[in-house]
Design a binder for this molecule. Structure first.
Ligand SMILES: [Zn+2]
Ligand SMILES: [Zn+2]
Length: 94
């Protein structure tokens, strides 16, 4: 489950709000020996964003249990590159 607010705890658009419309986007790049998995978490309102990238040439022992194909924000797996796979609302706003 993705966080409800940016990790700073405040939305720039409205510091009082309890929940931001955060979406994650997944991108995957591949060339010869290098693979990059990039995740972006972004607030659709205030534009706050955070990115986490995994480069296959920078993975060391500490990263052994990191799954680059798993969203670091909401822990979702199996995303298609180029999609906002975590953007699906869990329930429709009424
Ligand atoms: Zn926001
Ligand atoms: Zn996510």
């Amino acid at each position: 489950m993705k966080p409800k607010l940016p990790p700073s705890g405040k939305c720039k658009q409205d510091p009082e709000r309890q929940e931001c419309p955060l979406v994650c986007k997944y991108n995957h790049f591949e060339s010869q020996d290098l693979e990059i998995d990039a995740w972006e978490l972004k607030c659709l309102d205030c534009g706050w964003r955070d990115t986490v990238g995994y480069r296959s040439d920078e993975m060391d022992d500490e990263d052994a249990d990191v799954n680059p194909k798993q969203c670091p924000f909401c822990r979702l797996e199996g995303c298609e590159p180029g999609t906002e796979c975590c953007a699906e609302p869990e329930h429709e706003a009424s």
